[in-house]
Design a protein around this ligand. Structure first.
Ligand code: AVI
Length: 321
C-alpha cells in the first residue's frame, strides 16, 4: 500500500542557503530542535510509506477502516455539489473512497507541493473518476491559498486533511492552520480532518518504535539528508532514535540522541553534542474527542460529527463554523 504524502514535509522547505540557516538556528537553540518537515526528502517519504505498512503503526489502517465503514454516511453529511480541497494530497489513497460516495462533486482540488505525487494522484483519480474536474495546486498549504475558480458553483467547500498530520503541529500552529482553513471553506463550508486518539501508552509507543526499525531509519534519515544536502558530517552510527509518549502533553515526542560526546560540522558551525543529549525532531499529538473540540473552538469552529474506526483508535472530525 502506498499512502498520503504528508503536510509537514518538503513543502515547507526553504531554498538551500535558508535550509542551512534553519538547521543552524535549530542546533544553536537550547534544547536543540529541528523541524519535522526535514524528514521528507525522497528517501524519507519512501520510509514513511513503509512505516504505514508496519504492523505496529495502526494509524493508516485504522483511518482506512474508518473510511470503509463510514464513507457513505460522511458523504451524506457533506451533501451534494461539494468542492473537495485536499491538503497534502500526496498519493490520495484515502480520497478515492470518499469521492466514490460523494454525490455530484463539483471539483477535487489536491494541494501538494511535490509535483511527482501530485501528478501520480491526478492520473489515478482521473482514471477512477473521468468526469470529475481536477484542479491541482502545487503550493505549500500552510501559506495563504488562492483557490481556483470552480467549474460550477459548489454548495459547499470542504477542506479535507486526512492522516493525523494536524498532530504534527503544536496546538498554537494547529489552531492557526484550522483558522486558515476556516477562511478558505467560507460560511457554508466544512473541514474534514483526521486526528489520532489518545489510548494506552504501549499501543502508541509501539507505533513509533516498530520492531523492524523502519521508524528509527526514518528519523535518522534526517541526519543523512543533512549530510547529503548540506555537507554535514553526522556519524549515523553515533546517534539513535527515541520516541516517548508524554501522557501529560498527550503526544509522542521523537528525539535523536547522541550516543557520545561529539562535534558535527554544519556549514561553518561546529556543533557540540554531549553524551545522551537529545534533539527534538517531531511531535505527534494525540487527542481525546474533548481535546479536539477545544482545539477547534480556539479556531472558531465546532465539531459537528466524529467518526471512529471499529477499534476506536482513530477519528475523523467534521468541523463547521
Ligand atoms: C505524518 N504523520 C502523521 C506521522 C505521525 O504519525 O506523526 C509521521 C510519523 N513520524 C513517525 N512515524 C510517523
Amino acid at each position: 500500500m502506498s499512502v498520503q504524502a504528508y503536510a509537514v514535509r518538503d513543502e515547507q522547505r526553504p531554498p538551500d542557503n535558508l535550509l542551512l540557516q534553519v538547521v543552524q538556528r535549530g542546533l544553536r537553540s537550547q534544547p536543540k530542535r529541528l523541524p519535522s518537515w526535514l524528514f521528507y526528502d525522497e528517501q524519507g517519504s519512501a520510509l514513511f510509506e513503509q512505516i504505514c505498512e508496519q504492523p505496529e503503526y495502526y494509524l493508516t489502517r485504522a483511518e482506512i477502516a474508518l473510511l470503509n465503514q463510514h464513507a457513505g454516511e460522511i458523504a451524506e453529511v457533506l451533501g451534494p455539489d461539494v468542492r473537495l480541497v485536499e491538503y497534502g494530497s500526496g498519493h490520495a489513497i484515502k480520497t478515492r473512497s470518499l469521492l466514490e460516495h460523494l454525490p455530484t462533486p463539483v471539483a477535487w482540488v489536491p494541494i501538494e507541493l511535490s509535483s511527482e505525487p501530485l501528478r501520480h494522484s491526478m492520473e489515478r483519480m482521473a482514471g477512477y473518476f473521468p468526469h470529475l474536474p481536477i484542479q491541482p495546486l502545487a503550493v505549500d498549504f500552510t501559506r495563504p491559498l488562492r483557490l481556483p475558480v470552480p467549474p460550477r458553483a459548489p454548495r459547499r467547500t470542504v477542506v479535507y486533511f486526512p492522516g493525523s498530520t494536524i498532530g504534527n503541529f503544536e496546538d498554537r500552529e494547529a489552531a492557526q492552520l484550522l483558522r486558515k482553513m476556516r477562511g478558505e471553506m467560507g460560511d457554508n463550508g466544512g473541514i474534514l480532518v483526521g486526528a489520532d486518539l489518545k489510548k494506552d501508552r504501549a499501543t502508541i509507543e509501539a507505533a513509533y518504535n516498530d520492531r523492524a526499525g523502519v521508524t528509527s531509519a526514518f528519523t535518522l534519515n534526517m541526519l543523512a539528508r543533512l549530510n547529503r544536502e548540506l555537507g554535514c558530517n553526522f556519524d549515523l552510527g553515533a546517534f539513535r532514535h527515541r520516541a516517548h509518549y508524554n501522557a501529560m502533553a498527550g503526544r509522542i515526542e521523537t528525539h535523536i540522541l547522541s550516543e557520545r560526546e561529539q562535534r558535527v560540522r554544519v556549514g561553518r558551525l561546529q556543533v557540540l553534542f554531549r553524551e545522551e543529549e537529545a534533539m527534538l525532531v517531531e511531535y505527534s499529538c494525540k487527542y481525546s474527542p474533548e481535546d479536539f473540540a477545544a482545539l477547534a473552538a480556539t479556531a472558531g469552529l465546532a465539531v459537528r460529527h466524529v467518526w471512529f474506526d471499529p477499534e476506536r483508535l482513530f477519528s475523523l472530525q467534521y468541523l463547521t463554523r
